[in-house]
Design a protein around this ligand. Structure first.
Ligand SMILES: [Zn+2]
Length: 315
């Protein structure tokens, strides 16, 4: 398969110091893929910066200006203490959005079979008007919005397997049926950001097009995959997505320092295989994933490698 791998040195310049969401995450991924000989088989893409107009597809002018101004002024954080900012944060965040938009266009028009975006800062906690949980602009939500608004897609699936609930992504789309948000995450009573209960199912015209499956701390591969096959997969099949987007956070791994699930590489391999098959069945193979969380460098790089091996495989 022609699998695009989007990354850019600008992402390393979003300097968060010793915070767990730091540039070493992308360095570890790149080193792993190089040492395993996988990187040279992928189609390397350096992406581009998004315009303010593109970021405004979902975010307020106020947030965009606030990120830009905070970066320029030498501020250390924006909105919450865990959103650390540095001189290049706005440029990195705008470039992350641009790469993701470039990726969906390339996959939509079949110049790439599929793609993975190794971008940072991550995005799924970012709301219309606020940065949150290490996130400034919601990369995946902007990709879904672009596909529906600008490219005519009618049923875009966002599957989020990050261990944390993608509150920002859900809030953008919970009243819509053209974008289906499905997430498995650690029980919100025990985990950031405290949303993503099973009763949050969308509203108005979007009722039934948000699916939240919280799971208790300590859950391992077997039980987690059973929940995916029993409670999630049938809903995804029923939706018949015409594009599959994946919020790929790898922090549900048992070695991750920020959460308490007990998964191994096996789960990420199986989820990737199932999502790729779903895309092949309904979406002409169109699937793109992008990095969200994952904070143990060995676990993260090994999970990304497994994820990419499946995306890249001819099947
Ligand atoms: Zn996370």
């Amino acid at each position: 398969m022609n699998t695009g791998f989007y990354t850019n040195p600008i992402y390393l310049e979003h300097d968060t110091g010793s915070h767990p969401e730091n540039a070493n995450r992308l360095r570890a991924i790149q080193e792993k893929l190089e040492s395993e000989g996988l990187l040279e088989r992928l189609i390397l893409q350096s992406g581009r910066s998004a315009t303010s107009q593109e970021i405004k597809l979902l975010h307020s002018e106020k947030l965009i200006s606030a990120v830009e101004a905070a970066a320029e002024s030498g501020a250390r954080t924006l909105h919450t203490p865990d959103c650390i900012i540095s001189a290049q944060t706005f440029n990195a965040a705008a470039h992350a959005v641009g790469s993701v938009l470039d990726g969906v266009i390339e996959v939509a028009e079949r110049r790439l079979d599929n793609a993975f975006c190794a971008v940072r800062p991550p995005g799924h906690h970012a709301e219309n008007d606020s940065a949150m949980g290490f996130c400034f602009f919601n990369n995946i939500a902007l990709a879904a919005e672009f596909l529906t608004r600008e490219m005519g897609f009618k049923r875009v699936l966002i599957f989020d397997f990050d261990v944390h609930h993608g509150n920002g992504t859900q809030h953008f789309f919970e009243e819509r049926a053209d974008i289906f948000f499905a997430s498995i995450h650690q029980d919100p009573r025990t985990s950031f950001p405290g949303t993503g209960f099973a009763h949050e199912r969308g509203s108005g015209g979007g009722a039934g097009f948000t699916l939240n499956v919280p799971v208790p701390p300590g859950m391992g591969d077997e039980e987690y995959l059973q929940i995916f096959y029993d409670q999630v997969q049938p809903k995804l099949e029923e939706y018949k997505p015409d594009f599959v987007l994946v919020s790929a956070g790898f922090d549900a791994h048992r070695d991750d320092p920020l959460a308490s699930l007990n998964l191994t590489e096996r789960t990420f391999r199986e989820l990737t295989r199932e999502l790729k098959q779903l895309a092949e069945q309904y979406a002409g193979g169109r699937i793109m994933s992008l990095l969200e969380g994952g904070y143990d460098l060995n676990a993260l790089s090994s999970c990304v490698q497994e994820h990419l091996l499946i995306l890249h495989a001819e099947d």
